[in-house]
Design a binder for this molecule. Structure first.
Ligand SMILES: Cc1cc2nc3c(=O)[nH]c(=O)nc-3n(C[C@H](O)[C@H](O)[C@H](O)COP(=O)(O)OP(=O)(O)OC[C@H]3O[C@@H](n4cnc5c(N)ncnc54)[C@H](O)[C@@H]3O)c2cc1C
Length: 319
């Protein structure tokens, strides 16, 4: 059975009544919340600062069942130019935290990954250095099983705490296995919010940890473009690299409107001045089509695209 999404005024009104003043905003440009700096208005944006506020939101969403989007640092998201007509949730305040003990690091989901990496390294804990080059949040890393430099989140994650915005408005401890982390994916549904995560680390010399951090930062500066992008657009196919395939097909520099396949790293698509989300999406599918035509390999996007296609139930096709 499908239900109609709630009226935006009702949703915003209930949130405003139950959250501290200033936490709920309407018609917020998505561009301000993403590394692509693109995307139309979010109908309702709620910022929550602690568990109580989050659970308050969950009690409202459980009853009203709006379309939902959890936003971390927006470093893997492309939202349509027409925007998102549901509730987007941003975690901040108490959700930015790092607590380091001997073999574990507990981090709030809003903590930027580079902060997690640097704090842990400075206190002589090794294992999380690879996060320094990934400009996402702890929650985004769990949802995406983010990784790089030979390591993925599922190698270091011990457990996470989540709440389901369409569920019982409670925090649930989730062992790693229950999250089914795979290659740049997890089993988390759109309504599930990562609140915190605990990582396993080992004790090491802070100077050695710091040196590994600096090496990763140097590598990134040399090999990846700056500007507005969302990192790798496509997942690597088995045994190959998406960037290598795109480059081999001669697609570096391919452009649609303000969207451009980077000349520095072929799996990055840059948003230049004047780009629209439609340009970006069109270029993603043009690259996919050309690589398929020339190599027979179908590249699958890693980038999460929101608000472009809806099923008959009104739910986005992908998470
Ligand atoms: C320059 C650059 C380099 C990058 N390099 C890498 C790399 O090396 N490896 C890599 O894996 N990725 C890389 N990325 C992509 C991106 O940083 C990761 O996918 C990151 O994990 C996304 O985190 P985020 O907080 O920005 O999530 P967002 O982009 O905000 O969201 C991504 C997905 O995670 C979900 N999500 C976010 N927060 C939560 C939460 N608290 N609870 C539940 N779901 C949540 C969102 O709903 C969405 O589905 C790069 C991006 C850029 C811009």
């Amino acid at each position: 059975m499908s239900s109609r999404p709630p009226d935006v005024g009702t949703l915003a009104g209930q949130l405003e009544a139950r959250l501290p003043s200033g936490r709920v905003r309407r018609q917020v440009p998505f561009a301000s919340l993403t590394t692509y700096r693109l995307g139309g208005p979010i109908a309702v944006l709620a910022e929550v600062h602690d568990d109580d506020e989050l659970l308050e939101v969950a009690r409202i969403t459980r009853d009203l069942r709006p379309r939902l989007l959890v936003i971390g640092r927006g470093s893997n998201l492309l939202v349509a130019d027409r925007g998102f007509d549901g509730l987007a949730l941003v975690l901040t305040g108490d959700f930015e935290s790092v607590e380091v003990s001997e073999g574990l690091v507990l981090a709030g989901s809003a903590t930027p990954l580079p902060v997690l990496a640097r704090r842990s390294a400075a206190l002589g804990r090794t294992g999380l250095e690879f996060f320094v080059g990934i400009p996402g949040s702890v929650g985004g890393a769990v949802a995406m099983n983010a990784g790089g430099h030979g390591h993925d989140t599922d190698e270091v994650l011990v457990r996470a705490w989540t709440t389901d915005l369409l569920g019982d408005a409670e925090l649930v401890e989730r062992p790693l296995e229950s999250l089914a982390l795979g290659y740049r994916d997890s089993s988390l549904r759109r309504s599930e919010v990562v609140v915190a995560a605990e990582f396993g680390v080992s004790v090491d010399d802070p100077v050695a940890c710091q040196a590994r951090i600096e090496e990763i930062v140097r590598w990134r500066r040399t090999h990846q473009p700056g500007g507005a992008n969302a990192g790798s657009v496509f997942r690597n196919p088995d045994g190959d690299s998406a960037g290598r395939l795109i480059d081999a097909c001669g697609l570096k520099g391919l452009r649609i409107g303000g969207a451009l396949v980077s000349g520095k790293h072929a799996n990055f698509i840059q948003a230049e001045a004047g780009a629209t989300a439609a340009d970006l999406r069109a270029l993603v599918f043009e690259v996919q089509r050309r690589v398929l035509d020339q190599t027979g390999i179908r590249l699958e996007p890693e980038l999460r695209m929101v608000g472009f296609e809806e099923t008959s139930e009104g739910e986005p096709v992908r998470r």
